[in-house]
Design a protein around this ligand. Sequence first.
Ligand code: AMP
Length: 281
Amino acid sequence: MKPKIVRSVEGLHRETANWRAKDYSYAIVPTMGALHEGHLQLVKTGLEHADRVIVSIFVNPRQFAASEDLSRYPRDEAGDLAKLSKAGAHLIYAPSLDQIYGENFSTTISLGGPAKANLEDKFRPQFFDGVATVVAKLFIQSGADYAMFGEKDYQQLQVVRFLARDLDMPIEVVGVPTVRDADGLALSSRNQYLGKVERQHATAIYKSLTQAADKIRQGVDLQTATRAAARSLTTLGFRVDYVTVRNAETLAVPLSHTDEPLRLFAAAWLGTTRLIDNIEV
Ligand code: AMP
């Protein structure tokens, strides 16, 4: 069945009140549109957890810096609707800007812990403030029981987990494993920016992470393994922002001889496109 689209908080409340009256549970999948199989996997996981699934589509200006790609960020509402219809989503919430940022909007949430890990926050200083603000609003506006987030944006997933837990938000945040192309490249709306040759080279980011993870498991020290990965990416023409290992929960720098759960993170530029990826160690 074709999902309904609502563009106002009022419209959203009408639908969710209906579901509550029937005692249905429901999940929300926050997105910025230009949907691909990664997003659809979140919808699928949402359907496994809840009776109904809302997908929000909102390109959030507050998480883009002035220098970033807000104006050229891909938008394809018709394509998104067709994909969501096939995936079995029940409701699309595509709020207009004023439904999220009303007149004189002036409240933000002060973030710490994983939001200040010196990963994405170092290179995109206002990013997580923007994410937390819109995510908190979507949680409150929807009143959903579950929220699905991709491990592709692992720091974001941890920021949202901490946000919901620390502020007692009555919602369960569910992390969904990264969906990849056959050559390992993590699916991303931004992959559309890559030229043909860049796209072929882009697979190196996942390959260098898996090689580094193998080395770490074999006992190579963390710095040696991550430096080698960064070096190999640089040699291939990437401009590396970081390759680093962190505690998988707090994203803090791990102790050198450690049995903490670890996660490897990379961010690098290929031409004018910034790619991020991460894997479990
Ligand atoms: P975006 O539209 O890029 O803001 O992403 C919306 C949600 O989809 C976020 O929770 C992302 O982590 C998730 N997502 C994006 N790409 C992937 C992927 N390749 N695999 C799994 N989840 C993804």
